[in-house]
Design a protein around this ligand. Structure first.
Ligand code: FRU
Length: 496
């Protein structure tokens, strides 16, 4: 049943198989009482190759079961070199997956399908392409996203256009078989979205969230030379097959978040999982034998002010184990708040007492205090800064400082800075009450328990109220556990 990983960086409350490479979440659907979460998966090694769809399912987002890979490349077929990304829908008693058929001898990854009649346990791949023709002027084309709306099926496909625009192309269908092309739902030349980041020349994995006449289009910004960049979101509303959008925003402010996908839950919530890639050198990845993980499931909402807000799915509160830290007070220097295990969920309220107060929280992960991850208030910029420059004593881990807007951090705001931080061995997800998030990977070399400190710098003191809970692992039944169940007794000899 649940297996504690021997590898200190392997997460226990984030989805991924125990070995090998994964990337994008795929095929997200609620069907037969289960959340189905598939993902890009190479069952043979820790590098991006041989893309299958790995598959987990859960009735409650807490206890998971690994199913056999849903899709595998078919030798000589349209998807011979990989079953690339896409989603899935529940349609009566069947599930249908829409995905990108990859072959190295063609530039586009056209749409094909697979169908399951046994609630996702086994799948039959179509073999042929669902939509063989590509619209004129496309130079990149992949990643279908299908949803049902107003009595018809609709699909977005990610694309780049020869004139330099990125586009999410819209199709419609009555019965999921014949699809009519309606033109670009949204298209843009690259637009700036944050310092040093833009919306990209091509869009991968378009996703569409809609509620009460408003919507959000989530896009993974891609560059033909640099590859995956950042994830961006446009909010607005649809008018006759075109999405009228406001200015774009980053969906996540961290460096290690990409290709998120949506799951419309039966209770009306929109859930989202993203891919968090590695931030360590390839040689270390090869040594570890695994790469990539899926983020926590997040509830995504559209706020009145047009922003998109994310927070961990409520169900995850059930993973909180004993309370590890309870601390409140004030410091003008450094104070140790307590210790945590390597997977924990922390909430904090920080109150800088003077306009020039800096500081924040430090997670110390080595006995000599030389290894730490910092979350710092920048009162001049009105931002929180996550600094991983000292987060690993191993030089093969990547560093960098990353910023997320936090107006309360501004010197004059007078409002407390509130945050929630979920750490799971080598991944940190920071959630702010504004709905902004920052996801990054880090690779502590020191064993737990780890220390949480509050630190104040500059003038004045820092008030703090901090709580942290150690996290229980997901309950996970691996596919190998299933096949390891005792074989049925051979009774052929007695049943004559
Ligand atoms: C995004 C992506 C998709 C593609 C898949 C291949 O990370 O490049 O566009 O379908 O991954 O694994």
């Amino acid at each position: 049943m649940s297996v504690m990983p021997a590898d200190a960086h392997l997460p226990v409350a984030h989805l991924r198989p125990s070995r090998n490479w994964i990337n994008d979440p795929n095929g997200l659907a609620f069907h037969d009482g289960h959340y189905h979460v598939c993902f890009q998966y190479n069952p043979y090694g820790p590098e991006h190759a041989n893309m299958h769809w790995g598959h987990f399912r859960s009735p409650d987002l807490i206890s998971w079961e690994e199913l056999p890979p849903a899709l595998a490349p078919m030798p000589g077929g349209e998807d011979a070199d990989g079953c690339f990304s896409g989603n899935a829908v529940s349609d009566g008693d069947r599930m249908i997956a829409f995905y990108s058929a990859f072959r190295t001898d063609r530039w586009a990854q056209p749409v094909t399908t697979a169908e399951s009649r046994d609630n996702g346990v086994t799948w039959t791949q179509r073999g042929s392409l669902l939509i063989p023709e590509l619209p004129d002027g496309t130079t990149m084309y992949r990643d279908p996203y299908v949803w049902r709306e107003a009595g018809r099926w609709r699909m977005l496909v990610g694309s780049a256009l020869a004139d330099g625009r990125a586009a999410a192309l819209l199709y419609e269908s009555g019965h999921l078989e014949q699809w009519e092309y309606r033109g670009p739902f949204l298209d843009r030349a690259p637009q700036p979205v944050a310092p040093g980041a833009d919306t990209g020349l091509g869009w991968e994995c378009p996703q569409y969230l809609h509620a009460d006449g408003r919507g959000a289009v989530i896009l993974s910004a891609w560059d033909p030379e640099l590859g995956p960049r950042r994830t961006v979101v446009y909010t607005g509303r649809e008018q006759d097959g075109r999405f009228l959008a406001a200015a774009p925003a980053l969906l996540d402010h961290g460096p290690d978040f990409y290709a998120p996908a949506l799951l419309p839950a039966p209770d009306g919530r929109w859930l989202l999982w993203g891919w968090s890639w590695e931030a360590r050198d390839p040689a270390w990845v090869r040594e570890a034998g695994w790469a990539g993980l899926l983020t926590l499931p997040r509830e995504v909402t559209l706020a009145e002010d047009g922003s998109v807000r994310q927070r961990p799915a409520t169900e995850l509160l059930a993973l909180r184990d004993e309370r590890a830290v309870t601390a409140s007070g004030e410091t003008a220097g450094t104070v140790v708040l307590g210790t945590v295990g390597p997977s924990f969920d922390l909430t904090a309220r920080l109150e800088p007492r003077a306009a020039g107060t800096t500081g924040g929280l430090r997670l110390v992960t080595s006995a000599d205090s030389a290894e730490y991850l910092d979350i710092k208030i920048d009162p001049a910029a009105g931002e929180l800064v996550v600094d991983r420059d000292h987060a690993s004593l191993d030089p093969r881990a990547h560093g960098g400082t990353y910023r997320v807007p936090c107006p309360e951090a501004r010197a004059v705001s007078g409002a407390p800075v509130e945050l929630r931080l979920v750490v799971d061995r080598s991944v940190a997800e920071l959630y702010l009450p504004s709905g902004r998030t920052l996801t990054l990977r880090f690779y502590p070399t020191g064993g737990a328990p780890w220390r949480i400190e509050a630190r104040a710098g500059g003038e004045g003191g820092l008030g703090y109220t901090v709580a942290a809970w150690n996290l229980r692992p997901y309950t996970m039944r691996y596919a190998s556990d299933v096949s390891a169940e005792p074989a049925l007794t051979d009774v052929s000899g007695v049943l004559r």
